[in-house]
Design a protein around this ligand. Structure first.
Ligand code: DC
Length: 224
């Protein structure tokens, strides 16, 4: 299974990171968080004074920057060598990442790198276009989702655990807007890819979702 590619897409707060990391670990695959790359670029854009409409300028910044991953849990995210792991995990950066990701020039820069990272295989990747654009030929394609309320609850808990301020109703509103933007942009909108399995996680623990995905990977091995 070492060259296996498992691609997972889904809306904000569906539990993609938790599940993708666990699947990668269980199968001995590397883990690629494509959203972290949009977030790192958004942070750099914000520092440069760019706003959500500055797609061309953000793409140029992206061309000129190094976005790398280190080893560890949480996996370190390195922007031009600087560890920005926790700085990119705010609602604000998530929003800017989502807005900038709607611009084709921005996607072009990051998708090219993501395809290179996936080319050799042996990876579990997650994002919004992992199953549709980055790795449409992945061995296993998953659309991981949950109700808006459940996702808002999880994101709320996550922010509180990190010691950040968080208001449930506000988070729910922001996630709903983000869903709308990610699903309705013209370039690579979030959608269920052809051949993808939809895994609905309301009422499922992370472990149960992971087990379900591992079963799909196993059945694939059986079918050759
Ligand atoms: O998964 P996340 O919340 O870290 O992603 C932040 C934003 O980045 C998301 O709202 C849309 C964008 N994104 C994308 O357009 N394509 C991806 N493959 C991953 C993320």
């Amino acid at each position: 299974l070492s060259k296996l590619v498992v691609a997972i897409d889904g809306p904000a707060g569906a539990g993609k990171s938790t599940v993708a990391k666990a699947v990668a670990q269980r199968l001995g695959l590397s883990y690629l968080d494509t959203g972290a790359m949009y977030r790192a670029l958004a942070l750099k854009a914000q520092r440069s004074g760019l706003g959500p409409d500055d797609g061309e300028a953000a793409a140029s910044l992206g061309e000129a920057s190094n976005i790398d991953f280190g080893q560890g849990d949480p996996q370190p995210v390195l922007l031009d060598g600087e560890d920005v792991t926790s700085q990119i995990r705010t609602m604000e950066i998530g929003e800017l990442a989502s807005a900038l990701s709607a611009h084709t020039p921005v996607r072009r820069v990051l998708v090219k790198r993501q395809k290179e990272l996936v080319q050799a295989g042996g990876v579990t990747l997650e994002g919004r276009d992992a199953t549709t654009v980055i790795a449409p030929d992945a061995d296993v394609k998953i659309y991981l989702t949950a109700s808006l309320e459940e996702r808002a609850r999880r994101r709320h808990k996550e922010l509180i655990v990190r010691g950040q301020q968080a208001d449930y109703e506000e988070i729910k509103r922001l996630i709903s807007e983000r869903d709308h933007r990610d699903m309705n942009r013209a370039d690579s909108p979030l959608r269920v890819a052809e051949g993808a399995c939809v895994v609905e996680t309301d009422g499922l623990s992370a472990d149960e979702a992971v087990t379900r995905i591992l079963e799909l990977c196993e059945s694939l091995k059986g079918s050759g």
